[in-house]
Design a protein around this ligand. Structure first.
Ligand code: U2F
Length: 564
């Protein structure tokens, strides 16, 4: 069956069920965004032309909303608790539905079991039975539940699972044996999935797939209207919970801010003003999402206090014409040094409250400064008040961008065909043809014999030998490219080293998430033994890593030029 774009979302709203405050929030959002989704569907239909898209049967099991996992989020929806995850799930559901796929949504173990055909009451089903879904989207909680209740089917069908994972999972943490041996074990476990099966909220790491969410897009008239009605001295503070105001040293920079601007907040409170929020702040209390957007439309500045990390609100602020001001973290925060990230399956370093805003958007929309440096902070406020900025939303966060990306994943990502962890060593596919070899850079030419049908297409590979201590994520960015882990197999062979003119005195094959790599003293070349450990992240001063990079579409970093 061909998938047909849908523009009427009322059936989706029924599928989403009811009762929980979280579901109510999500449904309101979906309803409000219906027109935007419909318009995006029209545009994407035109872009894709007559491309054939098969309709998939998809189960969406939102594990963190199940009672069985404790559902700590739903009771906090109206109390300033996290909403980012709900924003994302609402948008994932909308995108899958608009793309025309067959959808089932479950938010309890009972519903999950009945959809999987597992008799309720039976702990787990020992037999493998046919799975009525081509794809399952879930989260870490849901994954655990499926493992417990699917019996042998779990192993057989786990290649069909996609895990929505806000902050990401690095390959070293994902591989059970390696994580156990090398201290990468976390509470979230090690599932031996293909790292691309983990889907993140921001493009944190190319080792995972970037799923994202959407922010409302303004039309030209709205943009002009907003620009004309901005109050140049109005600031809104980022954070719905009073605890973010407990920040050490905030008196100093808040004092400076309030000298120039009227400070507004949307901090949740019960009966009286939270004591953490100073009296000069105009606190509106937690606002419903549309009213929060209206507030952002009037404000000039959206200011972060360092928490929450990497949420949706800064994108909404920038889309509504605000400048986002945030603090630089020095040293960077990570699971090695910060409570919030502790135990998360990544050692990614976070250099500011919102690295995506800093690195993918930047000035004039985003200012990242040292809040402990009063001069730098004050200069930023003054400069921001003087600059005119247009509302801006990166394409990948528009409805069309999200539809395009998920369409491409559904069309091309197939983890059931990929080699599993038990395969003995990695073998480089047939050697790609070299176009322009020089000391450090190779271009592989378009060559049909190279992994035909592979995605991303092999001709977008650009290989680089990184400097010692440089991760492939950064090495590729240095050249205006992104690391593409799917291309590692092309580099994991003696011939690849040879073509990169790396002189190997000896070659060894081992399990190490930094391989393939070259160590200078001794001229040793190291190959990767375990395909699941191919990783863009990670570095050591001992190694020059061999890095597979690729180009990307403007505003859509997840997709290469030839990826659609
Ligand atoms: C992030 O979670 P948060 O929910 O704290 O993220 P925010 O950026 O604050 O935004 C979530 C939504 O809250 C809405 C706003 C955003 O879409 O429109 N909102 C609102 O409805 N009313 C208000 O008064 C203010 C905002 C992140 F998303 C999570 O993944 C992390 O777990 C969490 C902690 O780092 O941060």
């Amino acid at each position: 069956v061909q998938a047909v774009f849908r523009s009427n979302l009322s059936h989706l709203l029924e599928l989403m069920g009811s009762g929980k405050e979280s579901l109510i929030f999500m449904k309101k959002r979906t309803k409000r965004l219906t027109a935007q989704w419909a318009l995006a569907a029209q545009r994407l239909t035109r872009k894709l032309g007559d491309m054939r898209r098969d309709q998939k049967q998809i189960l969406v099991h939102i594990g963190f909303l199940t009672e069985e996992s404790g559902d700590v989020f739903s009771p906090r929806v109206l109390k300033g608790g996290p909403l980012g995850e709900m924003v994302q799930w609402a948008d994932i559901l909308a995108a899958l539905y608009v793309l025309g796929h067959g959808l089932r949504v479950t938010v309890s173990l009972k519903e999950l079991q009945s959809n999987l055909g597992v008799p309720p009451g039976r702990g787990s089903c020992p037999l493998t039975m046919p799975l009525p879904f081509d794809l399952i989207y879930t989260d870490y909680h849901g994954l655990q539940q499926m493992k417990q209740h699917m019996g042998l089917s779990f192993k057989k069908y786990r290649c069909r699972i996609r895990v929505i994972d806000t902050f990401g999972t690095e390959p070293a943490y994902n591989h059970e044996e390696y994580a156990t041996l090398h201290g990468y074990r976390t509470n979230w476990g090690y599932w031996n999935l293909n790292p691309k099966q983990f889907m993140t909220m921001f493009p944190h790491t190319p080792d995972n797939s970037f799923m994202g969410f959407v922010s409302e897009e303004l039309n030209e008239t709205e943009k002009q209207l907003i620009k004309g009605s901005k109050a140049s001295n109005m600031a809104v503070v980022y954070g719905k919970e009073a605890s973010i105001w407990k920040l050490q040293g905030k008196e100093k920079f808040l004092g400076i801010l309030s000298k120039y601007m009227e400070v507004h907040g949307t901090v949740y409170y019960e009966s009286q003003r939270p004591p953490e929020v100073p009296a000069f702040v105009k606190n509106h209390g937690l606002l419903p999402q549309p009213e929060f957007q209206q507030l952002l439309r009037k404000a000039k500045l959206f200011i972060g206090f360092g928490f929450p990390y990497e949420g949706p609100a800064p994108l909404e602020a920038i889309a509504n014409g605000c400048v986002f001001l945030q603090s630089r973290f020095s040293p960077p925060h990570s699971s090695l040094n910060h409570e919030f990230f502790r135990g998360k399956p990544t050692s990614r370093e976070v250099f500011s409250q919102h690295p995506y805003a800093e690195n993918f958007i930047g000035k004039p929309h985003v200012w990242t400064v040292d809040y402990n440096n009063s001069e730098e902070f004050e200069a930023a406020i003054k400069a921001i008040m003087r600059t005119q900025v247009d509302p801006y939303l990166p394409y990948e966060y528009t409805c069309e961008g999200m539809l395009e990306r998920i369409h491409a994943y559904i069309q091309h990502q197939d983890f059931c065909a990929a080699p599993g962890p038990s395969l003995p060593g990695a073998h480089a596919p047939q050697s790609p043809f070299i176009l322009a070899p020089n000391a450090t850079h190779l271009e592989w030419a378009r060559n049909a014999s190279v992994a035909p049908g592979a995605w991303p297409p092999a001709h977008s590979l650009r290989a680089w030998l990184a400097a010692p201590g440089r991760a492939c994520t950064d090495a590729c960015l240095d050249h205006g490219l992104v690391c593409e882990p799917a291309f590692f197999p092309f580099l994991n062979g003696r011939d690849a080293f040879l073509k990169l003119q790396v002189p190997c005195d000896s070659t060894e094959s081992e399990m190490n998430h930094l391989y393939p790599a070259f160590a200078q003293p001794g001229q040793e070349c190291y190959l990767q033994k375990e395909p699941l450990l191919f990783s863009c992240a990670g570095s050591s001063t001992k190694y020059h890593r061999l890095c597979p990079c690729r180009d990307f579409r403007k505003g859509q970093v997840a997709l290469c030029q030839g990826c659609l």
